[in-house]
Design a protein around this ligand. Structure first.
Ligand SMILES: O=C(O)CCC(=O)C(=O)O
Ligand SMILES: [Fe+2]
Length: 317
């Protein structure tokens, strides 16, 4: 093909593609502005660290909000609330919020006996022990299995959401009464995945912008080593992000992982591995990701608290 006609073909192919992306972007923004104006502004201005810090200061309560009522007993043993919070503030994460084996077992039993949903599609329900059969019926590999709304039926998870230890860590970190934002329990399976699949599954570096200040707790319900899709974060990147990365906001997810690592240093990359029950807290405005499991599956519980509530936000991502 002649050089000039080759260029022409490329322009003709790229232009509608760009237009459709732009129109998609505008539609999503408009929908968000109309349905959730608070979230719209958060996503626009909250990407800048200075603004995030200034706005979250307005929500700070001077009273000691983390002296919470001990009416409900905690399931956690020997958690040093101050150490976890100071870990998050300096390194973006704090470890040592581990679940006892009895709680792990209760959640695993729930996971075995409750319908979860392939790739978060509420029409594609399957039981984890029957995954192979479900895959055969679907005619495709299942990348994720999330319990979505069915998780509301899990008593032990409901108790965790109001556990005094989690609330104390959250309150101290937020400097304000924690508002429960979301809880999700999901399987990540070792499958072949495209970049787009991994993008949808939070398996590429990104940072979350769920509020001006928010905290996520992660709990492994299966043993997680490097082959089981460990959670990975870039230590300290909840602050002093490159201005360009602040400007891009959640669109950083489409940047090459290697490029992000070389910006902040490979020595800052932390892969969190451990046995079932391992729990940690994170300021997930840091760069982080779940990895695509290479041979073992991972069951993860995530509980999130914030200072404001915007309702279900994943649908508008
Ligand atoms: O799967 C993980 O470890 C990370 C999940 C995550 O980053 C997210 O849900 O935003
Ligand atoms: Fe995330």
């Amino acid at each position: 093909m002649e050089e000039s006609s080759k260029q022409m073909t490329t322009v003709v192919q790229t232009y509608p593609n760009l237009l459709s992306k732009l129109s998609d972007y505008c539609k999503k923004n408009y929908q968000c502005l109309v349905e959730k104006p608070g979230l719209f502004w958060l996503r626009k201005i909250g990407r800048f660290e200075l603004i995030r810090n200034a706005i979250s200061l307005l929500f700070q309560r001077t009273e000691n909000t983390y002296q919470l009522s001990q009416e409900q007993p905690t399931v956690f043993q020997n958690v040093d609330v101050d150490a976890v919070v100071s870990g998050i503030k300096t390194d973006s994460y704090g470890i040592g919020v581990n679940l006892p084996p009895s709680v792990v077992k209760e959640i695993r039993d729930f996971a075995d006996s409750t319908l979860c949903f392939a790739n978060r599609d509420s029409k594609l329900g399957f039981y984890y022990p029957e995954k192979e059969k479900a895959q055969a019926e679907l005619g495709q590999q299942i990348r994720l299995g999330s319990y979505l709304h069915n998780l509301k039926k899990c008593e032990v998870v409901k108790r965790l959401e109001t556990d005094p230890t989690l609330l104390a860590i959250a309150a101290k970190f937020l400097g304000a009464p924690p508002v429960h934002m979301a809880t999700e329990l999901w399987w990540s399976f070792p499958v072949e995945a495209t970049f787009n699949d991994q993008l949808k599954a939070a398996q590429v570096y990104h940072y979350d912008l769920d509020d001006y200040r928010f905290i996520k707790f992660f709990f492994y319900l299966t043993d997680v080593d490097l082959s089981a899709g460990p959670h990975i974060l870039i230590r300290g990147t909840h602050k002093n992000k490159k201005f360009f990365h602040q400007l891009l906001g959640m669109r950083c997810a489409s940047k090459d992982d290697q490029e992000i690592v070389s910006c902040y240093g490979a020595d800052k990359v932390v892969a969190i591995c451990g046995e079932a029950g391992l729990g940690f807290a994170e300021d997930s405005t840091c760069f982080h990701k779940g990895t695509l499991p290479t041979s073992k599956e991972r069951l993860l519980l995530q509980i999130e608290y914030s200072i404001n509530s915007y309702g279900a936000i994943r649908a508008l991502d």
